[in-house]
Write a protein that binds this ligand. Structure first.
Ligand code: AMP
Ligand code: MG
Length: 410
């Protein structure tokens, strides 16, 4: 009956498939995965060219104090092709095509800079300061394997191939449904006993940050009718995430109604803390995550289970975060039974990662999440931890947040 968090994640990933491709303008592809391998259509550089402002010449003609006749001028983009005869040099700018006859370039600093006659200071070896055709990329090379996520360097490469569009994996539309009679929409009057539907915003932000398209479906009240109506709409999306109503309370109807709608339950309850009542189900190719309602548990279970699923749908290759080893700063109390996702502040000291609790680990305390830049995964079968014990951690958020935890601001 009991399901480890690794097994739960595997069951999820086994049922998730990358979405189809769509062709988009180059900039819209930023942060997305290529849906087909990209083969270089041309050599880069496309022609032999100068890497310096200087003179193109024959290496054999060079030497300290040698004087050469300057017979031409080549700017970048120049269409002229003045050839370099023995005893001559052509003034050349960075990026200009190497003229016929020349086999080396001397930077202007190593000459007297003459315009009619130029005097060299030294012997120049052949091939100096030349960028050879194809030395960077050869036509036919597979430069971006399937699933490569496009960053500015990849966008640079595609643009240099003269491409205006690229096929990337479509962004999943992720329906987000909050459930519970106690909820009111953000911006509405907060009457006695009510709380704001903050999970809808937390989940929408988390989906957006990964590249999904959040569809906020609002609030379903704790009735079959309301749940049925909203979930039916949610199942039209590529993924449905619900929050709350999956515990064992009287009004926890989420799983029952999903069942009535023909959604196939894969599992309910994982041996983790927080987030135990998490449920996962599928309807055809639409995955349905039912996350616990507690805002801390909602985001932790999103991070650990929904995030990898969403990245897989987005066609990405690196879908799990690397696990790093860190030493615990303080002891941590733990009962054997469930894996614990402990919210920590990670820093580096003399090449060793140190993880310290970012605050009260009670699921009700969101402040502890605000201060955390990592999650320590305390294994299910383990009891108490002592200070200095080694644990596995992964980082949260973006690299910059991680770096700012260890590097002081200038
Ligand atoms: P439940 O999973 O329904 O037992 O809810 C657990 C806790 O999370 C309760 O204190 C709820 O009030 C709270 N909660 C449920 N849904 C939301 C939501 N959408 N936004 C913020 N808190 C919520
Ligand atoms: Mg509830």
């Amino acid at each position: 009956m009991s399901l480890s968090y690794q097994a739960a994640r595997q069951q999820i990933l086994d049922r998730i498939h990358p979405l189809e491709a769509e062709t988009v303008p180059l900039l819209e592809a930023l942060g997305r995965a290529v849906a087909e391998p990209v083969i270089a259509p041309l050599d880069l550089p496309r022609f032999d060219n100068s890497a310096m402002d200087g003179y193109a010449l024959r290496a054999a003609d060079s030497g300290a104090g040698v004087q050469l006749r300057v017979t031409g001028y080549l700017a970048a983009g120049s269409l002229e092709r003045p050839s370099v005869e023995p005893g001559c040099a052509v003034r050349i700018m960075t990026g200009a095509p190497l003229p016929p006859g020349a086999d080396t370039v001397v930077p202007v600093e190593k000459t007297d800079g003459g315009e009619v006659l130029v005097t060299l200071r030294e012997t120049i070896p052949p091939g100096d300061h030349i960028r050879w055709r194809g030395e960077d990329v050869r036509a036919g090379d597979e430069v971006l394997p399937l699933g490569t996520v496009l960053r500015p360097p990849e966008i640079s490469l595609l643009a240099s191939f003269n491409r205006t569009e690229i096929a990337v994996v479509r962004r999943p539309r992720v329906a987000i449904l909050s459930t519970g009679d106690e909820l009111v929409e953000v911006g509405r009057p907060l009457t006695e006993g009510r709380i704001v539907n903050s999970n809808s915003w937390a989940l929408a932000a988390a989906v957006l940050e990964l590249g999904g398209i959040p569809l906020q479906l609002g609030i379903a009240s704790d009735t079959r009718e309301s749940l049925r109506q909203k979930m039916t709409a949610g199942l039209q999306a590529d993924m449905l995430i619900t929050s709350a109503g999956v515990s064992a309370g009287d009004l926890d109807l989420v799983r029952e109604v999903l069942d009535e709608l023909g959604v196939e339950q894969q599992f309910w309850k994982i041996d983790i803390k927080p987030g135990r009542p998490t449920a996962f189900a599928t309807k055809g190719r639409v995955p349905v995550f039912s996350l616990p309602g507690n805002p801390v548990a909602t985001l932790v279970t999103f991070e650990e289970f929904v995030r990898p699923a969403l990245l897989k749908m987005l066609g990405q290759k690196q879908i799990l975060k690397p696990l790093l080893r860190a030493k615990l700063q303080q002891p941590a109390r733990k009962k054997p039974g469930r894996a614990q996702f402990m919210r920590v502040r990670v820093r580096e000291e003399n090449g060793v990662l140190i993880a310290s609790s970012s605050g009260d680990q009670n699921t009700g305390i969101l402040r502890t999440s605000l201060l955390a830049n990592g999650i320590a995964i305390l294994p299910a079968d383990h009891g108490d931890f002592a200070a200095g014990d080694e644990v596995e951690i992964h980082l949260l958020g973006r690299d910059v947040e991680w770096l700012s935890a260890t590097t002081p601001d200038p």
